[in-house]
Write a new protein. Structure first.
Length: 259
């Protein structure tokens, strides 16, 4: 299936997901904590997951399925192509009434992302990318920041990433740290060029970064794990060794200084 056809499928599904999530917004969704300290989940997460799973797998019966809110199994490992989905990325923001949560949808073929959508329905922002076709925001082309100086670069990351122990010789780079709770939105903002880079140095679930990784790459940026290895998806344990992403110079400069 061409990546552009898959992108159209993801786009339509994301818009439908946004309609469902909006019905639960402003505190109307029941919530509870997942076991093992995995964070909160709401009725909205599960309703969106069900919609996406039913619609997407019905349209592509031979594709595998990996989602934060669906019990995982081995079947996806035998599929050439697999959906990688976070029904609501930024559930805490959703619960708190913020509008910075997103639907994150991607398709990987043999470990590489080929189509991706990150949709923020309450902000009317739909980021999209297909392999070799560029990245867009609401249809307008995207490009990463051209910044070539790490000093003063704006980097989206949680505060613990800048503990001195994480950097060579405890030398924390002179950047300006910013934060958004949704990893998918962080990556999309980097693809948009509003921030110079993003990073997360702890093991990272694939569904948090799959879609955003292609958006950044198709906007001209560089994406890797914290050891500068290319991100590969649909792993038996669906986690990556962190992620660093941004314009090529800033990405390389951050990688070079990580302990």
């Amino acid at each position: 299936m061409p990546a552009t056809d898959d992108l159209s499928l993801l786009t339509d599904a994301a818009i439908e997901a946004g309609k469902i999530a909006a019905r639960y917004f402003h505190g109307t969704a029941d919530r509870w904590d997942k076991p093992g300290g995995q964070g909160p989940v709401t009725e909205a997460d599960l309703a969106v997951d069900q919609l996406l799973r039913e619609e997407l797998t019905a349209a592509r019966k031979d594709y595998g399925w990996l989602s934060e809110e669906t019990d995982d199994g081995p079947d996806r490992l035998h599929a050439e192509q697999v959906f990688i989905v976070d029904p609501i990325d930024g559930t805490r923001s959703f619960i708190e009434g913020s509008t910075t949560w997103a639907h994150s949808l991607a398709i990987a073929r043999n470990g590489r992302i080929e189509a991706a959508v990150v949709y923020l329905p309450l902000r009317d922002k739909l980021y999209a990318a297909a392999l070799g076709e560029g990245a867009t925001l609401n249809g307008a082309p995207l490009a990463v920041s051209p910044k070539h100086d790490l000093t003063g670069a704006t980097v989206l990351a949680a505060k613990p990433n800048f503990d001195p122990s994480r950097w060579i010789n405890a030398d924390v780079p002179p950047i300006t740290r910013k934060f958004r709770s949704s990893l998918a939105y962080r990556m999309s903002l980097v693809g948009e060029g509003r921030f110079d880079a993003m990073m997360t140095l702890h093991p990272t679930w694939e569904w948090d970064v799959a879609a955003g990784s292609l958006i950044i790459e198709e906007a001209g940026g560089t994406v890797s794990d914290r050891s500068d290895k290319p991100a590969r998806f649909n792993n038996p344990t669906p986690k990556l060794a962190g992620m660093v992403a941004g314009g090529g110079f800033i990405h390389d400069a951050l990688i070079a200084r990580l302990a």
